[in-house]
Ligand binder design. Structure first.
Ligand code: KG4
Ligand code: ZN
Length: 344
């Protein structure tokens, strides 16, 4: 029996998780920093890395206690290498590196987006390949064609804001609180999504990239024109309409991608995949396309280390050799990284 400890600190969640060689989650601890960043309406990188530094030891300790394991019983370490906030990444990476070095165990560097896709496999290993995976988070909105495990092709990515970022920014502008995505999710349930009209963004060059800055500008214009603010009678309708516009932008892009790539299944993942309306529409959409669709449970959509440990285990089982990797480094952005062939 093998135990893999995953560590995730790419943004504002400090997380550790242990999976055994059957991919069973023995424990998963996620410590959110939402309260720390809420007064600023967004993640403050310096505060995030300092908080990771304070929390990481306790989070790993708690994770081991819940799994009833000692560090000596961990056979490999998996840690997020990027993309993410560099200071935050370095905390998790250095912690994992120290453990792997001390115990002379393999250390596996994990790509954050690839880990989000892996989250869909935590609860079912039966996703038919090839799959189209939509990663929708606060930092990313990308579609990948997943030919098989560890074999991906980038289909499209956002050229400006990520979907979650657009939701967070509109919520911040309306002073609704932080993070905005889950707040809009709750309030939009009470509104009429047909009340306000938003155009569908589309790429003039025929690419499958996304763009959310146009939607965001249109939303800001509507807020000003209608003098929308907290307590306004049309606020819920506006939020429902904006949320629906984001969902339509995601799904219409997927229609094109399905025509081109002819996948056998659809995967939705990343923090925004927690959104109740998006989950419903994505599942309905899959049905209409006659494709099975998979969405991780909400707790595995937002950043977590279970998806990191799981991908570490997949990589270990692929037969590739890993050492305690003293030269492993962190990558804040996708470009220029040599993580793997994800963006070839
Ligand atoms: O994957 P994640 O935890 O971090 C990144 O890798 O970015 O995603 C965080 C994003 C934030 O933008 C947050 O507002 C959004 O996910 N989010 C939601 C919901 N829960 C989290 N967006 C819409 N509805 C939700 N329920
Ligand atoms: Zn993420």
């Amino acid at each position: 029996m093998m135990n893999v400890l995953g560590i995730e600190t790419s943004c504002d969640e400090t997380s550790a998780s242990v999976l055994n060689s059957e991919f069973k989650i023995l424990s998963s601890v996620v410590l959110s920093q939402d309260e720390i960043h809420a007064p600023y309406g967004g993640v403050v990188p310096e505060l995030a890395s300092r908080q990771h530094l304070t929390s990481i030891g306790y989070v790993v300790q708690e994770c081991l206690e819940r799994a009833q394991l000692k560090l000596e019983m961990i056979n490999a370490y998996a840690v997020t290498q990027g993309p993410g906030l560099i200071g935050s990444l370095l905390v998790g990476l250095s912690f994992a590196k120290g453990l792997a070095f001390y115990f002379k165990k393999p250390l596996i560097g994990i790509d954050h987006l690839e880990a989000h896709i892996e989250a869909a496999f935590l609860e079912t290993r039966e996703i038919p390949f090839p799959a189209l995976a939509l990663v929708v988070s606060g930092g990313h909105t990308s579609t990948f064609f997943v030919k098989k495990k560890l074999d991906y092709e980038l289909v499209g990515r956002t050229r400006d804001d990520a979907a979650g970022e657009a939701l967070d920014k509109i919520a911040k502008f309306l002073d609704l609180g932080y993070p905005g995505g889950p707040i809009i999710d709750g309030l939009a349930e009470k509104g009429n999504p047909q009340k306000f009209t938003f155009g569908l963004p589309h790429m003039t060059d025929g690419s499958l990239d996304f763009s959310f800055s146009g939607l965001k500008t249109a939303a800001l214009r509507l807020i000003k024109e209608n003098k929308l603010s907290k307590g306004h009678p049309l606020l819920f309708d506006f939020l429902a309409s904006f949320e629906m516009a984001v969902i339509r932008a995601l799904l219409s892009n997927l229609v094109q991608a399905i025509k081109l790539f002819k996948p056998e299944s659809l995967v939705l993942c990343g923090g925004v995949a927690r959104n109740k309306k998006l989950r419903r529409h994505f599942t309905e959409f899959g049905g209409k396309q006659s494709l099975p669709s998979f969405i991780p449970s909400p707790e595995f959509c937002t950043d977590n280390a279970a998806m990191v440990a799981s991908l570490g285990l997949v990589k270990l089982k692929s037969g590739k050799k890993f050492s305690f990797s003293l030269d492993l480094n962190a990558y804040p952005r996708i470009k220029g990284s040599d993580l793997q062939n994800l963006y070839k």
